[in-house]
Design a protein around this ligand. Structure first.
Ligand SMILES: C[S@@+](CC[C@H](N)C(=O)[O-])C[C@H]1O[C@@H](n2cnc3c(N)ncnc32)[C@H](O)[C@@H]1O
Length: 265
């Protein structure tokens, strides 16, 4: 797929891309072992949500698998996505949630509407990252938290594998990019956030259980759910070990609006 250039071109490209991907996502989350993995990933992000947070937004909620969990924990959760086709699948998973079709680069919410904004794998599909993050900051209450998980490119092997995937797979736009951890932290700061957490997520379980629509080998392995549980333990150890955590596929970052940003909305 060709890279899309400006933000508007990209929005059109992402809508087109995700129209075709919606059924694949439903398939991706249809196995016990892949759901186990996704739920562990969600738990890693949910741990960062303040206990008092009530109004929650999932930005780029896709087919709504995470949103369904948010809605159970915080009824009235809102899911936003640029792809109406993805949201049509969300509607089946999460009948109670509020779903909004919109571009995260032009958020349609009043300032201070949410206590927590989650974003799992959507920022790298957009082009104006600082604007995206500034919009998140405006949508948050002053003590609100933005919690993101995005593809991590710190490891050059992963960076190259990702480049080849994005270059040759019809399921990505070549303009999509992963982030280095320090690069993502810098974007948070530029957008007026104070970073409160930065960690790593996902190695073996991410690779083997995250995308059965791309790499489906575990579908044929007896006891795959137990195997994924063991991988998740191993991954947690790797991600917390100094010289190994560079093997992780995701970076997880949380931040709250910096006090100085409130004066400069
Ligand atoms: C990798 S998928 C992740 C979906 C979901 N968060 C999940 O974990 O299954 C990225 C999602 O971001 C959405 N997206 C891409 N660009 C967007 C934008 N500018 N505004 C809102 N959503 C966008 C896509 O339609 C897609 O559903």
């Amino acid at each position: 797929m060709q890279p899309s250039s400006g933000s508007n071109d990209n929005a059109a490209a992402q809508i087109e891309l995700h129209r075709a991907l919606a059924p694949r996502y439903a398939y991706r989350y249809s196995f016990e072992f892949s759901r186990l993995f996704q739920e562990d990933w969600h738990a890693c992000m949910l741990r960062l949500m303040p206990a008092g947070a009530r109004r929650v937004l999932d930005l780029g909620c896709g087919t709504g698998f995470f949103l369904a969990e948010l809605e159970r924990l915080r009824p009235g959760a809102v899911g936003l996505d640029i792809s109406h086709a993805m949201l049509l699948v969300s509607e089946q998973y999460v009948p109670g949630a509020r779903l909004v079709t919109a571009d995260a680069e032009k958020l349609p919410f009043k300032g201070g509407s949410f206590d927590t904004v989650f974003c799992k794998g959507s920022l790298h599909h957009t082009r104006d990252h600082v604007r995206f993050l500034e919009n998140c900051r405006r949508a948050l209450s002053k003590d609100g938290v933005l919690i993101m998980s995005e593809p991590c490119n710190d490891n050059f092997l992963i960076r190259w594998a990702r480049y080849l995937l994005y270059r040759f797979s019809p399921h990505f736009d070549l303009g999509d990019q992963g982030f280095t951890k320090s690069g993502l932290l810098e974007l948070y700061r530029k957008a007026g956030f104070e970073v409160t957490y930065a960690g790593r997520y996902g190695v073996f379980a991410y690779l083997f259980a995250g995308f059965p629509d791309h790499l489906g080998v575990l579908r044929f392995v007896p006891g795959n759910a137990s195997l994924v549980r063991a991988m998740l333990k191993l991954d947690r150890w790797i991600c917390s070990t100094r010289f190994l955590r560079i093997l992780s596929f995701q970076v997880v970052v949380a931040g709250k609006p910096a006090p100085t940003a409130a004066a400069n909305p």
